[in-house]
Design a protein around this ligand. Structure first.
Ligand code: MN
Length: 294
């Protein structure tokens, strides 16, 4: 057993809640005031076969000061923003949006029946980047690289680089050419029963796993602990992680990022460093200048 192997420090269960115009979802990180996992602010899983749970969508709303990452597993959503951009998100696609100074957008279902499933993750921005111009990318499923694991299963690389054996695959976000300040790693893992995933992580990065199907065991030897389905498992510091599939196999996301260690002031969709900056964001939104260039 390698002492640098990360273990499961604590588990943040997801709780049923709703957001937007009444979309039902499960929130783990961020489900209580101040329950952040620096630099991660919130993780919502939405997943249902019932259109009544998602049909109302997320009508026009603002963001300032952080990044939102939407990862669709099933179903179709459409993003529209204040600049007139329209993006269709289909199964397996990702939208990575840097709200920066401000975005006003809507996120609405493009379907009236069938399954809708995916995640929205909020990642904080350092104070120096909170007021930068907004930007976003819609990344279709076929642009997200998939690496088959030698011991079975596969990893989809959304952000950062996966290195397995002598193979390395870089995802479309947080590339060597365009690194992000939080240096995020975002993997989607499919691990059939009897398989495992082992990967290096920067030793001091915050990291967590969230199994959306099945369960996993995190860590090795006497330190191995089970992470149940639909809960965020916060990992201890360490240079690598070993995740084994539970008896029914598992599908999970694995996230890591550099903590910002800055004060956080949040009011709904605004995340800044101080209360004064939050009050400014509210005033800017009310005065219709949230999205105006500084
Ligand atoms: Mn939004």
């Amino acid at each position: 057993m390698n002492t640098n192997s990360r273990t499961l420090d604590r588990v943040i269960p997801s709780v049923a809640t709703s957001d937007g115009a009444g979309v039902k979802l499960r929130r783990s990180i961020g489900n209580q005031r101040g329950l952040y996992l620096d630099p991660f602010l919130m993780l919502d899983e939405f997943g249902t076969d019932n259109p009544g749970d998602y049909i109302a969508g997320f009508p026009s709303h603002p963001h300032r000061g952080f990044e939102t990452v939407t990862y669709m597993l099933d179903g179709r959503m459409q993003h529209r923003d204040h600049l007139g951009n329209v993006g269709d998100l289909g199964p397996g696609s990702v939208q990575w949006m840097t709200a920066g100074r401000g975005v006003i957008h809507s996120e609405m279902p493009l379907q009236e029946s069938g399954r809708m499933r995916g995640f929205q993750l909020w990642i904080n921005l350092p104070s120096a980047e909170k007021m930068k111009p907004a930007s976003w990318r819609d990344i279709p499923a076929q642009e997200i690289p998939v690496l088959e694991l030698p011991q079975g299963g596969r990893v989809k690389v959304i952000a950062g680089t996966a290195q397995v054996g002598d193979r390395a695959l870089m995802g479309p976000i947080n590339t060597t050419a365009q690194p992000l300040s939080t240096n995020p790693l975002y993997f989607d893992l499919d691990l059939p029963a009897g398989t495992y995933f082992e990967h290096a992580l920067p030793a001091d990065h915050t990291a967590f796993a969230y199994a959306y199907e099945g369960s996993v065991v995190v860590g090795e030897g006497v330190a191995a602990r089970e992470l149940p389905t639909q809960a965020a498992g916060v990992l201890s510091p360490g240079e690598r992680v070993v995740i084994k599939a539970g008896p029914l196999g598992a599908r999970l996301i694995l996230l890591a990022g550099k903590a910002l260690r800055e004060p956080i002031a949040q009011y709904g969709p605004f995340v800044m460093n101080t209360r004064e900056e939050i009050e400014q964001a509210i005033r800017d939104y009310q005065n219709d200048v949230l999205i105006k260039a500084a």
